[in-house]
Design a binder for this molecule. Structure first.
Ligand SMILES: [Cu+2]
Length: 335
């Protein structure tokens, strides 16, 4: 198998050169033939995003193989959205010179064979079906767990949203955060991450064989929201910025996808935080800002009653000094 072809930034040597890699996935234990939902994911390692200053940064991710033969390279990777109680198959196919990767369904906690953590199960070279049940409505995410520090920084992540089963007493079209929980009208996905562009040319297996690959030294120079530069573009990009009417309720699914602590504020609006990390709070909490650390999710309701433009800021904080390393911004436009 040819493993040494350059194909975008950071490919470098092949599996044989890497340490702490566990290729070779067996058949999925207890695989059912009739899952409620199936998602096909491949690997790309030559995606890119263009920053507001014109710099083009290489990103890696999981294309949807059921869309355009997997030729698209969306960043972040396409969301997985299912209903509470569903049995789900995430079929990961790693082909060609994409080396090995995994999909870890963060917060879902399936059996270890389906948890996608290379060191305790296996990295995928070929095809493996992760089988899991969506036990609890909420906001989760999936990410690669091979050489995790680097592969997560390279952008190998996407949201998982588990919706509650429809309530037969609700009018059609009602959207609830969780069963018996609050309703919402508009939804935003804010996946907030910092980028150290110097990492984005590193080798696939950097640091796995020891030595100093620089993975202890993250100096971010870009700050993004859901794959869009938070310096300027995220203020207006429709993938991030929100347009809504006064009196409507916005659900923000906020994921701190970076390594540094973050602080999000909502342009003077008070958020009603109803759940975190896929678990509803017993009582909602009113917050004018949220402090989050790596991989945390917060489900926040905002119900602005006054038309206007509310500028949302996400500050990325040094983990020792608390100094603001950078800020990403977007907007809630209320008419
Ligand atoms: Cu990976």
């Amino acid at each position: 198998m040819k493993r040494d072809t350059m194909n975008g930034g950071g490919m470098c040597g092949g599996v044989a050169a890497a340490c702490y890699v566990y290729p070779g996935a067996p058949a999925t234990p207890g695989l059912v033939n009739n899952p409620d939902a199936v998602f096909q994911r491949g690997i790309y390692m030559n995606g890119s995003i263009t920053m507001d200053d014109g710099n083009v940064i290489t990103v890696w991710g999981f294309p949807d193989l059921a869309v355009n033969n997997g030729m698209d390279k969306p960043f972040p990777s396409p969301a997985i959205r299912v209903r509470e109680g569903d049995v789900v198959h995430t079929v990961l196919t790693v082909q060609g010179n994409m080396w090995v990767h995994t999909i870890h369904h963060h917060g879902i906690e399936p059996a270890w064979q389906n948890d996608g953590v290379g060191h305790i199960s296996w990295d995928v070279d070929g095809t493996y079906t992760y089988q899991w049940r969506a036990h609890q409505a909420g906001t989760y995410f999936y990410h690669c767990h091979t050489n995790t520090v680097l592969h997560a920084e390279m952008g190998m992540y996407g949201l998982i949203v588990v919706d509650p089963q429809p309530d037969p007493n609700d009018p059609p079209g009602t959207r609830r955060v969780f069963a018996g929980g609050p309703t919402y009208d508009v939804e935003a996905f804010w996946v907030c991450d910092e980028i150290d562009s110097s990492w984005h040319t590193k080798c696939w297996d950097a640091g796995t064989c020891g030595g100093d690959a620089g993975l202890n030294d993250l100096n971010p120079d870009y700050f993004i929201i859901t794959g869009v530069d938070g310096a300027q573009s995220a203020l207006t990009d429709p993938r991030v910025a929100v347009d809504m009417n006064a009196g409507q309720t916005l659900l923000v699914r906020y994921l701190a996808a970076g390594y540094y602590p973050q602080r999000i504020t909502f342009g003077g609006l008070t958020a009603t935080v109803v759940a975190s990390d896929g678990r509803p709070f017993p009582n909602a909490v009113q917050m004018d800002h949220i402090d989050a650390v790596a991989a945390e999710r917060y489900d926040c309701l905002l119900t602005p009653t006054t038309p206007g433009t509310y500028e949302v800021t996400v500050e990325f904080l040094h983990w020792v000094t608390g100094a603001v390393l950078g800020t990403a911004r977007t907007r809630i436009n209320v008419t």
